[in-house]
Design a protein around this ligand. Sequence first.
Ligand code: FCB
Length: 442
Amino acid sequence: MSENIKFPDGFKWGSATSAHQVEGGNHNDWSVWEKSEERVQSLKFKGLNPSDFISGRACDSYNRFEEDFDIAKKLNQNIHRFSIEWSRIEPEEGKFNEKEMEHYKRLIDALRERGIEPMVTLWHFTNPIWFANKGGWLNRKAPEYFTRYVKYVVDNFHDRHSMSVMPKLWITFNEAITVWAGLSHLKGEWPPQHKNIFEFFRVRANFTKAHILAYREIKQLHDVTSFAALDQNGSMSHNVAVGLVENNFYFSGGKLLKILGVVKILNWLQICAWSKTLPYSDFLGLNYYTDYKLFGSKESDDGPAPEMPPWRIYPKGIYHRLIKLKKFKKPIYITENGIADGTDRLREKFIKEHLYWVWCAIQDGADVRGYMYWSLLDNFEWARGFAPKFGLVEIDYATLERKIRPSAYEYGKICLTNQLEVDSLSTKHEIRNPKQYQNSKS
Ligand code: FCB
């Protein structure tokens, strides 16, 4: 007999994208770096074709967003996370581009017309050239520069005569502390490719400060009770909720590392990324993809993801991370979770198993409000170029034709019914049916 598990009423279902990865035609610090002599030479040296690592027109979603949102609607999604590209809004210092602002308003309206709630990210890894030239996130004034841009964006929704209504869900930064700071200023892999531990801490501090300033700015203009925005029945439609998105891995290790406290510290360090900004966050955004097995770990995960080594697949890890976050007593959105799998053989299982563990975390008290699969479309995967295929929708980069993958329809059924059929899960990991689960809790 098949058993269905139900998600809470009003749970949001959707997918995520980011500007530089799907829009095409961006001009920012990353697009300059993609084409730089140094980058091109280093790719050639590895025997790779540099043009596979240049974002170029990407998915051309800048022009095709309506088509993309039609697909999201067809797949029964009711929330969509996307990002505004700072370099489009403020291409020169202090000079704002009204036309680009209008573009994003149209995009937000297009989502709403399809019954999809917009979740807006204000920064997703890329910076305007002028900002990067000033030292980027190392600059003492970086938080103020960022807040000036945020103010411009939210001010534009303040205008009562504007047709476009202020979105309710805002994210200041995507993985600024847990990913970008390390890859760009410590490991030297992403632009500006620095390797300096002092810089690493400095940019992290600047992101924290910028989040707080931006939070205040948004709330000042569009307050009031943050939770009304998160309340499905919130009657005050102008209320907004602001959060921060960070990435968490799940670390496991053997006895020795446990005794030394290493596993605990590593798992704790990740949730620290949110802790300083807690009083200035109405919700937490969790991006979860993988676990890390340290020395002696006996955790049995599903092995490496096919197109993103060394990312290993471990669905139960999302449960562990959510239970850790529960202690902050904030609503949580899964803002990214996905697998790069061009064959589409693993995606359905991946989604269902992760959702099962999200559901378990909800049963155990985590206040999870929605799930956004990464990504709606195949896209430009940063330093890995176009090779990893995360999309629910396949993109033919030659013709830009969109083709919905079979797993997307399966996910679409869950989005429609707000339910997951547990018996359809075929996993080597422990799956308790809902009744057993309830029993094991008591
Ligand atoms: C996350 C990023 C997102 C995407 C996925 C695969 O770390 O936020 O843009 O690249 O990884």
